[in-house]
Design a binder for this molecule. Structure first.
Ligand code: UD1
Ligand code: UDP
Length: 362
C-alpha cells in the first residue's frame, strides 16, 4: 500500500490540504500528518481541525515562532527523524511557507518524492520569503500540481520537466465548495459577529504580509487609503486581525481608525460567510484573492504584485499596493463591478485528482 505523509504548519495549509486529507481518510489510505507547529494559537490552528473535522496530526514538532532560519532548521531536524522511521512513499506539501521549504528540502535529501500542491506560482518579488520558498520547493519536487495552465507554463520556462507536472486546479476550490454549504448550516455571522459589531453592510479587510505590516508607514498608508474609501461609501471595514499585524500595530503605537472594526481571527466557516456577505474584500492574502474570485466578491489587493495573476485577468481583483490614492481608485473601480467572471481555479476535485495521479505513478 502506498504511504503518504502530509506536512503542514499554518492556517492556509490546513485549509488547502483539507480536501486531500478527507479523501485519504474516506478511502482508508495509509497516511499520516505531521504538523510543524509554525502556527499554534487556537484561532490559527486547532479551530480548523475542529471545524473541518480533520484528524489531528500524528506528530507535532511544536517549533513555534522564530526567525526563518530557526523555524526552518528546527522543522528539518524533526522531520528527518520522522521520515527515516516512517519511510513514506510521498511527502505532500502545499504552498510556500517555511514549513513547506523545510519539508521539501528534508524529503528530497532523503530521496523521498516531494509532491508540491499549488506549484508554479510566482510574484517575481524575491523580497517575499514565500517566493524563495516556492521556487526551492518546485525545483526539488518530483510531482508538481500547478492550479492553472499559466502556472504550468511558468514551471516549463524554468526548465522543470513536463512529465512531473499535472494541472489539477487549486484545492482551495474544493475547500470552498465543500464547506460553504456547511458554513451556511452551522454558523450565522449576521446574527453573531456582525450583530455584535452593529454592522450590516461592510467591507472585509485582512492584512498580514511583512511588506505591509512590518513597516509603520505602510500600515498608516493603508489606513489612509481605507479612510478615503470610507468617506466615499460610508461603509465600515470588518478586520479579523492576524497576530503578526496586531503585535506590530501595538509596537508601532498606531491607532486603528474607528471605521475599522477589529475582531480576532475567525474559523473558516465564519470567514467564508464574512467573505460571501461582504460588499468588497481588501486583502494582502494569497488565498483570499482566490476565495474572493470563487465567491464572486470583488477584491482589492493591498500589494504591488501577485502570484495569482489569473484573478486580475478574469477581472475579480485589482492591485492597489499600499498607496492611499491607488487604494481609493481601486475601490471605486471594483465597487460596482459586474461579478460575472469565471473562476479559473478548477471545479473542486483537485484533492481527489492529486491522490489518484500519485497512486497511478507509484
Ligand atoms: C506565515 C507564512 C505566510 C502565510 C501565513 C499565513 C512564512 C514565511 N510565512 O506567515 O506565507 O501567508 O503564515 O497566515 O512561512 N503568531 C501567533 N500565533 C501563531 C503563529 C504566529 O501569535 O499561532 C505570531 C507570532 O508573533 C509570530 C508572528 O505571528 O512571530 C508571525 O508568524 P509566522 O509563522 O512567522 O509568520 P506569518 O506572518 O504567520
Ligand atoms: N481565514 C480564516 N479566518 C480568518 C482569516 C482567514 O479562516 O480570520 C482563511 C481564509 O479563508 C483563507 C486562509 O485563511 O483560506 C488565508 O490565510 P492567510 O491569509 O493567513 O494566508 P495566505 O493565503 O496569504 O498564505
Amino acid at each position: 500500500m502506498v504511504k503518504f505523509s502530509i506536512v503542514l504548519g499554518t492556517r492556509p495549509e490546513i485549509i488547502k490540504l483539507s480536501s486531500i486529507i478527507r479523501f485519504l481518510e474516506e478511502n482508508d489510505e495509509d497516511y499520516f500528518i505531521v504538523h510543524s507547529g509554525q502556527h499554534y494559537s487556537y484561532s490559527l490552528d486547532k479551530v480548523f481541525f475542529d471545524e473541518l473535522e480533520l484528524p489531528f496530526a500524528k506528530y507535532n514538532l511544536e517549533v513555534g515562532s522564530g526567525s526563518h532560519a530557526v523555524m526552518t532548521s528546527k522543522i528539518m531536524v524533526g522531520l528527518e527523524k520522522i521520515f527515516l522511521d516512517e519511510k513514506p512513499d510521498f511527502v505532500i506539501v502545499q504552498g510556500d511557507t517555511n514549513t513547506v521549504l523545510a519539508a521539501a528540502l528534508t524529503a528530497s535529501k532523503l530521496h523521498i518524492p516531494v509532491v508540491h500542491v499549488e506549484a508554479g506560482l510566482r510574484s517575481y518579488d524575491r523580497s517575499m520569503p514565500e517566493e524563495i520558498n516556492r521556487i526551492v520547493a518546485d525545483h526539488v519536487s518530483s510531482f508538481l500540481f500547478p492550479p492553472t495552465v499559466e502556472s504550468k507554463n511558468i514551471l516549463l520556462k524554468e526548465n522543470i520537466s513536463e512529465d512531473k507536472i499535472f494541472v489539477v486546479g487549486n484545492t482551495i476550490v474544493d475547500a470552498v465548495l465543500q464547506n460553504i454549504v456547511i458554513a451556511d448550516k452551522k454558523v450565522d455571522v449576521k446574527n453573531s459577529i456582525l450583530k455584535k459589531l452593529d454592522v450590516n453592510d461592510y467591507f472585509l479587510l485582512t492584512m498580514h504580509r511583512p511588506s505591509n505590516v512590518d513597516f509603520k508607514n505602510n500600515i498608516i498608508n493603508v489606513f489612509e487609503g481605507l479612510k478615503k474609501v470610507y468617506e466615499e461609501f460610508n461603509i465600515p471595514f470588518v478586520f479579523p486581525i492576524h497576530p503578526r499585524t496586531k503585535n506590530n500595530i501595538e509596537k508601532f503605537n498606531i491607532k486603528i481608525p474607528e471605521f475599522v472594526k477589529v475582531i480576532d481571527p475567525v474559523g473558516f466557516l465564519e470567514f467564508l460567510q464574512l467573505e460571501k456577505n461582504a460588499r468588497m474584500i481588501f486583502t494582502d492574502s494569497g488565498g483570499i484573492q482566490e476565495e474572493a474570485c470563487i465567491l464572486k466578491v470583488p477584491c482589492v489587493t493591498l500589494r504591488f504584485n501577485t502570484e495569482r495573476p489569473e484573478t486580475i485577468a478574469v477581472g475579480s481583483n485589482v492591485l492597489a499596493g499600499n498607496n492611499p490614492d491607488k487604494i481609493f481608485e481601486s475601490a471605486k473601480l471594483m465597487f460596482n463591478k459586474n461579478n460575472n467572471w469565471i473562476n479559473p481555479f478548477g471545479k473542486g476535485d483537485s484533492g481527489e485528482r492529486i491522490i489518484n495521479i500519485l497512486k497511478e505513478k507509484n
